[in-house]
Design a binder for this molecule. Structure first.
Ligand code: M6R
Length: 612
């Protein structure tokens, strides 16, 4: 959503803050700002637009020299992107400056309350109430006691927040707190750091401490002290980050998205191999006993966006293999629809970031009803990972591009593993099938590599299509699941209008959209329904559509019905999304590149949606 960074040490703070914010720009990029303590007061510079605009202002007009500061890159929720709505926000008498990630849900009533006390607001943001409340309680009932003030403000605000706070009276301290939004502390040598995410501080340290919900941290250049809401000191563990800074950089690729697409074979390999022992799936992360697992009578797959599309693919897979009732739902619907949940329900939550607000709320709803929650998460130690009964990590490494790619592939692989594992446990598949699935699962990285070798074909098709106004993706069964994802990839980074439909639904309405020249991408790999898809292709061709057919190698009969074709390697049919998605991630990428779009930072989007 938004990115927070902080520095306290002996160096000038601004260069570190700008460098850190650059690493966090994927979280939001409509405005940015910094607050630096210097010359006995808090100085603020902020600017609407990309970070480069702020950097320009700081370079040219307003160099700030202090060695303590906080910075922010914003994804607007309350108030349009503008200089005044950018963070940091100051309190009325400039005693406090605040950067915030999250949403203060009761900000209107708090604003009204403070307004009645004569406090004037500068911005339209929810965040400004935090700055104003801090000064109000600090000068009032908290009598200048800073930690009491912070605890008091935390008791007043509702919603989600990660906050970096500096106070004019404490020129040697940064204060930080969080609830439902990520925040980490980096441990340096004679300096310390604060950030929303690890890449922001990785150039200086690998030693981090994660702030948990409702914890307060006080940072000086040589210390970090943690307190609970009762202001009792708490002990925290330091974690060493194993992955390299190079994993969070482009490594020679023009965009993170392209790099991450190419990382997929390795990411899937790293996710699958450690969980195979003696040719069998070993999911040691699942704490449910075999007996309890056998009693599960319903599975919900919950996520948002791409993570939800993994759930749609999983629904087909689990029904086929495990023979169990399943539902896939977007988290924002699930959390409010009073789903039927009990202790025999298994909820599989999927999230790359592990911080998505709706997904987290869905998880809590499931747990409230006694259901067992297993999450499939990429970011270690994230809130969803922490709150789940069990977590199965995808070892995809940091995914920086807003458009998710390698997270999808690794999440799918985990779903296949759980499905095969449960199917075996329930005796729903034969020993031969088990062995075949295991062989295909382990061969997936090479099959994905094979599809990556076809990049030129995809570039050619992108060059024929990048001027289109609309595109339609159709498929049946798991081919429909992958259509959803291919369509989302295209629309989010190229801004071409695109929809995904099941082949069978076409004649119930969507076919009226087809006119001469309309582009249709038809996934026709799912063997049992190949003929049905051929009929759907004929239907759209008869209305003048230009069709790119996608099917498995050898099914050349598709060629007589289509204008272009793309062949994917053969795999067990439920694993088809893994090989079909890759060419269409590339397709979206090249179409967006040909249209001159900002691929890693598409308009209006942010990588991690930590607000509702
Ligand atoms: O971090 P999460 O996996 O929970 O994020 C879910 C969605 O916000 C995410 O997949 C989004 O749809 C991506 N932009 C898709 O490319």
């Amino acid at each position: 959503m938004c990115g927070i960074v902080g520095y306290i040490g002996d160096d000038r703070a601004v260069p570190f803050l700008l460098q850190g914010l650059e690493k966090l720009e994927y979280r939001g990029y409509d405005s940015a700002g910094v607050a630096i303590y210097g010359g006995g007061k808090i100085n603020i510079v902020k600017a609407k637009g990309r970070l480069s605009v702020l950097a320009g202002v700081l370079d040219n007009n307003k160099p700030l020299m202090g060695t303590l500061g906080i910075g922010h890159t914003r994804w607007a929720t309350h108030g349009a992107p503008s200089d005044v709505n950018s963070h940091p926000h100051l309190s009325e008498n400039e005693k406090f400056a605040v950067v915030h990630n999250g949403i203060i849900e009761n900000y209107l009533s708090l604003k009204e309350y403070l307004g009645k006390k004569g406090i004037e607001f500068q911005s339209e943001t929810d965040t400004e109430v935090v700055a104003q409340l801090l000064e109000y309680y600090y000068n009032g009932e908290c009598e200048g006691k800073i930690l009491d003030t912070i605890a008091k403000v935390m008791s007043k605000v509702e919603g989600s927040y990660a906050l970096g706070i500096i106070c004019e009276d404490y020129p040697d301290r940064i204060f930080c707190v969080r609830k439902d939004s990520p925040l980490i502390i980096g441990k340096g040598d004679g300096e310390n750091y604060l950030a929303s995410d690890i890449p922001a501080i990785l150039s200086r340290t690998r030693e981090i401490v994660r702030i948990k919900d409702k914890e307060i941290c006080v940072l000086t250049k040589n210390s970090m002290d943690f307190y609970n809401l009762d202001l009792e000191p708490i002990e925290k563990e330091t974690e060493t980050i194993e992955w390299d800074i190079a994993s969070a950089e482009k490594g020679g690729y023009p965009h993170f998205m392209l790099k991450e697409i190419h990382e997929q074979p390795d990411a899937v390999r790293k996710t699958v191999s450690p969980r195979i022992k003696d040719g069998r799936i070993a999911l040691d992360e699942i704490s449910l006993t075999a007996e309890k697992l056998r009693n599960i009578n319903k599975i919900y797959f919950i996520g948002c966006g791409t993570a939800y599309h993994v759930g749609v693919a999983a629904k087909y897979t689990f029904e086929k293999l495990v023979r169990i009732q399943t539902e896939a739902d977007v988290a924002s619907e699930f959390r409010y629809r009073e789903p039927l949940l009990d202790e025999n329900t298994l909820v599989l939550i999927t999230s790359q970031s592990g911080e998505t607000a709706d997904t987290l709320a869905a998880l809590r709803e499931a747990k409230k009803h006694g259901s067992h929650v297993i999450s499939i998460v990429n970011v270690v130690g994230s809130t969803i990972a922490n709150e789940s009964d069990d977590v199965i990590y995808t070892w995809a490494g940091p995914e920086i591009s807003v458009a998710s790619t390698k997270a999808y592939s690794t999440q799918l692989a985990v779903m296949y593993m759980i499905a095969i594992y449960l199917a075996d446990l329930k005796g729903a598949i034969s020993a031969e099938d088990y062995d075949k699935y295991m062989a295909d699962l382990q061969a997936l990285p090479e099959k994905i590599e094979e599809t990556l070798r076809e990049t030129e074909k995809i570039q050619y098709f992108a060059s024929k299509s990048f001027n289109a106004n609309d595109m339609y993706f159709i498929g049946r069964n798991v081919d429909y699941a992958v259509s959803l994802e291919a369509s989302l990839k295209l629309k989010e980074i190229s801004y071409i209008h695109s929809e995904a439909y099941t082949g069978g639904e076409l004649k119930h309405g969507p076919i009226s959209l087809i006119e001469p020249g309309t582009l249709v991408i038809a996934f026709a790999s799912y063997g049992k329904l190949f003929d049905k898809m051929l009929s759907n292709i004929k239907e759209v061709k008869a209305r003048g559509a230009v069709v790119l057919g996608v099917t498995t190698q050898g099914r050349t009969e598709i060629e007589s019905e289509t204008d272009f074709d793309f062949y994917v390697p053969e795999v067990s049919d439920f694993m088809l999304p893994s090989v079909e998605v890759v060419p269409f991630q590339l397709f979206a990428y090249y179409v967006a590149a040909m249209r001159g779009c900002d691929i890693d930072k598409p308009r209006n989007l942010a990588k991690s949606v930590t607000v509702e």
